[in-house]
Design a binder for this molecule. Structure first.
Ligand SMILES: Cc1ncc(COP(=O)(O)O)c(C=O)c1O
Length: 499
């Protein structure tokens, strides 16, 4: 069987290659031969995740024609890439992109530092904010008052407390998506929801299409469940979802699941418009793929004057294609560990049945606390506080980065919690390594990619403000200087993307 999971046409590859900024030629530098320039261009596209790993490249003759170069040039470029481990080929199956074997590029998830270990480190590893007090205290007090009737039960509610399921269902209905409580299961965070969904729908070895980049911990959860990740490159900047690519991947790879974060995507911050949402649902429906939509960031929109696009499930209200995941972690507090699934009632029944062999249920007290917030209107007030904090943090971080690291490139999203930053040609992995030494913790780009893509990126969350944001940028600039001077600790990862 061929080792590729999607293909790129010569016209599209040509466009991507010409969109690359030419590398500035230093004094006395000779232009590289044409085959080398082509090989470097393709390698950079792979490292930046713009051409995902396991993408079949066009045949030599076809690419030569599209780029108006000789076939020998393309053959020599492909040969060079094969030699460097960025391309694999098999007679009859073609050539597909790869990353060099034996280079332990970090692709694991993100392990948060325990709060007591933080000390003098500025932790930009986790995209989560402290609790929006006084709402946490009030919600827990409210929950304690409502606990007595539940204390007389066995306390196992594998689908979630009926009162909370009803409350969550009513919120979807209020958004114009009629929902019954039977369509909701309360879970232990969005992570618990997606874990359960993966187990129900996709067996070991089955394919899941994922945005490239995507949220690191979900990618790792899927890898550990034995799923085969099929990356679909996000378009540049905040443009997000390239529907031609999605349609092609869903058609070619026919994955069992596709996982998307359409609202303030983690890490890029992109927000899908209604047309992208409708088209994603249509493409998934045609391919027979279940579209898992993670709405963890949905409520963190900063622009009051802008109407949010309709939820993705509005384009499939019965839930035959779309399974929606929600969470209290970003809108309220990650320490609650409350998430939920919205799906067709039969899907919820299967998820609930399977739960007997997983975590049995979600803690009752925390469910009561979230229910109290939703019932009293405390939720809306807490979320409004959150939005204000996150917006202020974003502005502080953006200003500090522009001052300290003017060569770093990023787009500024209108919500969510993350900035996806191209680190001026430096290796994100080295920056992460050196950052720990100078007192700032940042996750490197490859954690958000599949198989080593995004080496030139770091993800910075909106979790610090004021003087701490300034200091974070100062430390990042110190790390960048150390990496530029070649003082990053060893490892196989190249210091910069330019070999
Ligand atoms: C897109 C996305 N999904 C899920 C999660 C984890 O959510 P939870 O804390 O509800 O498990 C996060 C946290 O960063 C996230 O950004």
């Amino acid at each position: 069987m061929a080792q590729w999971t999607s293909a790129i046409g010569s016209a599209q590859l040509g466009r991507l290659l010409t969109s690359q900024q030419p590398r500035p030629a230093g004094p006395g530098t000779r232009r590289p031969p044409a085959y080398r320039a082509l090989a470097d261009g393709i390698r950079l596209l792979v490292l930046e995740g713009r051409v995902p790993v396991a993408t079949r490249l066009p045949a030599e003759r076809e690419l030569a024609q599209a780029l108006s170069v000789s076939r020998t040039t393309v053959a020599a470029a492909y040969e060079a890439l094969r030699g460097e481990g960025f391309l694999e080929s098999r007679r009859g199956a073609g050539s597909w992109t790869a990353v060099p074997a034996g280079k332990p590029l970090p692709a694991r998830g993100l392990e948060p530092l325990p709060p007591e270990a933080l000390g003098s480190i500025i932790d930009l590893g986790t995209a989560a904010l402290p609790a929006p007090e006084p709402w946490l205290t009030r919600a827990v007090q409210g929950a304690l008052e409502e606990l007595p009737p539940y204390a007389h039960t066995h306390g196992d509610y594998p689908a979630g407390l009926p009162a909370l399921r009803t409350m969550i269902a009513e919120r979807y209905t209020a958004h114009g998506i009629p929902t019954m409580p039977e369509q909701i299961m309360v879970t232990t965070g969005a992570m618990g929801a997606i874990d359960a969904i993966c187990h129900l729908f996709a067996g070991h070895g089955e394919r899941v299409a994922v945005e490239s980049p995507s949220y690191a911990n979900i990618l790792q959860l899927m890898r550990e469940a034995g799923l085969r990740l099929v990356p679909v490159a996000m378009a540049d900047g905040l443009a997000g979802w390239d529907l031609d690519r999605w349609r092609q991947v869903l058609r070619d790879a026919a994955p069992r699941l596709a996982y998307v974060v359409a609202d303030f995507h983690n890490p890029t911050g992109a927000l899908a418009d209604e047309e992208q949402r409708r088209s994603l649902v249509d493409a998934a429906r045609s391919a027979g793929t279940v579209l898992v939509v993670d709405e963890t960031m949905t409520e963190l929109h900063f622009d009051r004057d802008r109407e949010m696009p309709r939820r993705v499930c509005a384009f499939d209200p019965a839930g035959s294609t779309v399974v929606t995941v929600g969470s209290a972690s970003k809108a309220f507090w990650a320490g609650m560990r409350i998430g939920w699934v919205r799906a067709a009632p039969d899907v919820i029944r299967s998820l609930v049945a399977a739960r007997a062999y997983a975590d049995l249920g979600t803690p009752v007290l925390e469910q009561l606390a979230v229910n109290w917030l939703l019932n009293t209107g405390g939720w809306e007030e807490a979320v409004e506080l959150r939005r204000g904090q996150a917006r202020e943090n974003r502005d502080a971080l953006v200003a500090a980065l522009r001052r300290e690291l003017p060569a770093w490139e990023f787009d500024v999203p209108d919500g969510g919690l993350t900035l996806w930053v191209k680190a001026g040609g430096l290796s994100g992995s080295r920056l992460a390594e050196v950052g720990e030494r100078v007192g700032v913790r940042v996750p490197s780009g490859p954690r958000f990619g599949v198989d080593g893509a995004f080496e030139g990126y770091v993800r910075l969350p909106f979790t610090v403000s004021g003087a701490v944001a300034d200091e974070a940028a100062v430390r990042l600039a110190a790390a960048a200087r150390l990496v530029t001077d070649g003082q990053g600790a060893g490892g196989d990862v190249p210091r910069t993307l330019i070999a």
